[in-house]
Write a protein that binds this ligand. Structure first.
Ligand SMILES: *[C@@H]1O[C@H](CO)[C@@H](O)[C@H](O)[C@H]1NC(C)=O
Ligand SMILES: *[C@@H]1O[C@H](CO)[C@@H](O)[C@H](O)[C@H]1NC(C)=O
Ligand SMILES: *[C@@H]1O[C@H](CO)[C@@H](O)[C@H](O)[C@H]1NC(C)=O
Ligand SMILES: *[C@@H]1O[C@H](CO)[C@@H](O)[C@H](O)[C@H]1NC(C)=O
Length: 383
């Protein structure tokens, strides 16, 4: 009967379960951890000169969150540590075939792992309640999953096409490299949706630092720019290209200055939005915010020019600096031509033409200027 059941179990693909008795498990535990045989505070090596090798497997989630204002990255990580404790071996044949047991982590020796960004500042001490598994060859393993916030010094000059590098490391809090060293066994990505940030590359490398063996984790993450391109860059470029058009509005229409001032104000909105996104302190300056500030200053100048042009158009006032552009001569020559005729009728006509010429010159110069500026900005952030 038992044989038939076994055959059926094998045929249906269900692995046959080796019968393990409760008393044997309990007995094995008592034998392994009897206080005269095993001490969980002692590093499991016979020769104190021998360094214990700890394998690290590492997993991370691709849904990274980055808090730009405080420059902290948060993500879920999963670590698995594995080492061989020669003092926890047994022969399964003696314990009704038990080949693996689970015990509280406190009952076995284990490395005291902490996650750091800098020394003296363990951002997170890895703990503790999960069970550790032990198999009959003495291989002890435990897993932890954490959701830490790690520092990420941001390089924002190319926002929104920026790439950030975030680093942290894990280390045993007490043991030197001669007592414990790490080996990276594998890295895997957890099955989760991606976020605003795409992981371009990541690495886990074992090095020595401060006399300890450490595992360095480095993430290179790239921002998905489409949201910012649609909500900031395109409206910004549109505003920037509309701005020189204020010089095409006839001074007499009365709208010239109000359009110039409205455009000027719209840049403050962009500056406000950008400063809400980018970190307040950073080693670099965002080219886009430099671009907006430059546009803002230029727009201020345009407004001043518009005021001057409207004033020229409406009064006899004429700024002396226009001499340098040969405009004074034109006006003077007109004036001498008309000096004999009726002054009040000739001067408005003369001033209108000066204002229109100034408008055209400024329109060409400013369109050129803002095109060059826009090209420079995009060449810099896309490079
Ligand atoms: C450990 O190394 C030191 C010096 O390298 C040596 O004097 C000592 O005998 C070694 N201990 C063992 C147990 O091998
Ligand atoms: C440790 O050393 C003792 C004494 O030399 C020996 O009996 C024991 O088998 C060794 N244990 C291991 C795990 O090497
Ligand atoms: C364990 O089993 C082996 C053979 O499988 C036997 O030689 C040994 O004496 C047993 N040890 C104990 C403590 O029962
Ligand atoms: C114990 O685990 C290690 C690592 O996973 C494996 O290589 C070894 O074969 C296992 N031993 C037994 C008896 O299952």
């Amino acid at each position: 009967m038992y044989l038939i059941l076994c055959v059926l179990a094998l045929m249906s693909g269900v692995p046959s379960i080796t019968p393990t008795s409760y008393s044997d498990q309990s007995f094995l535990r008592k034998t392994l951890f009897s206080s005269d045989r095993y001490d969980p505070l002692t590093r499991p090596v016979n020769d104190t000169n021998e360094s214990l090798k700890v394998y690290v497997s590492f997993g991370y989630s691709p849904s990274i969150e980055l808090d730009e204002n405080v420059q902290l990255m948060s993500d879920s990580y999963w670590f698995r540590f594995r080492w061989t404790d020669h003092f926890l071996k047994w022969n399964p044949a003696n314990y009704s075939g038990i080949s693996k047991i689970y015990v509280p982590q406190s009952s076995v020796w284990k490395p005291r792992i902490a996650l750091y960004q800098r020394l003296n500042n363990p951002s997170l001490t890895v703990n503790e309640d999960a069970l550790a598994s032990i198999n009959s060859s003495g291989v002890v393993a435990f897993e932890i999953s954490i959701h830490p916030k790690t520092r990420c010094l941001m390089e924002i000059s190319k926002f929104p096409f920026d790439v950030q590098t975030c680093v942290f490391f894990i280390m045993d809090e007490y043991l030197s490299e001669g007592e414990l060293y790490f080996d990276v066994e594998g890295v895997q990505v957890m099955d989760e949706p991606e976020s605003e940030w795409i992981i371009q590359s990541q690495s886990a490398t074992v090095t020595t630092k401060y006399g300890r063996s450490i595992v360095n984790f480095q993430f290179t993450i790239r921002r998905q720019p489409s949201f910012y391109v649609i909500t900031i860059i395109i409206p910004l470029v549109t505003t920037a290209s509309l701005n020189p058009l204020v010089f095409l509005i006839p001074p007499a229409s009365g709208e010239k200055i109000s359009v110039a001032v409205t455009t000027l104000l719209s840049y403050t909105v962009f500056l406000n939005v950008i400063s809400g996104i980018l970190p307040e302190t950073s080693t670099s300056t965002s080219i886009v915010s430099v671009y907006i500030t430059t546009l803002f200053v230029l727009s201020g100048l345009y407004t001043i020019f518009c005021v001057i042009i409207v004033k020229i158009d409406n009064t006899n006032w004429f700024p002396g600096i226009c001499n340098y552009f040969g405009l004074r001569n034109r006006r003077v020559s007109h004036k001498t031509d008309n000096s004999v005729s009726d002054k009040s009728s000739s001067e408005p006509a003369n001033n209108v033409s000066t204002a229109v010429i100034l408008d055209r010159i400024l329109f060409v110069l400013c369109s050129l200027g803002s095109t060059v500026l826009t090209c420079w900005c995009f060449a810099s952030i896309l490079r």
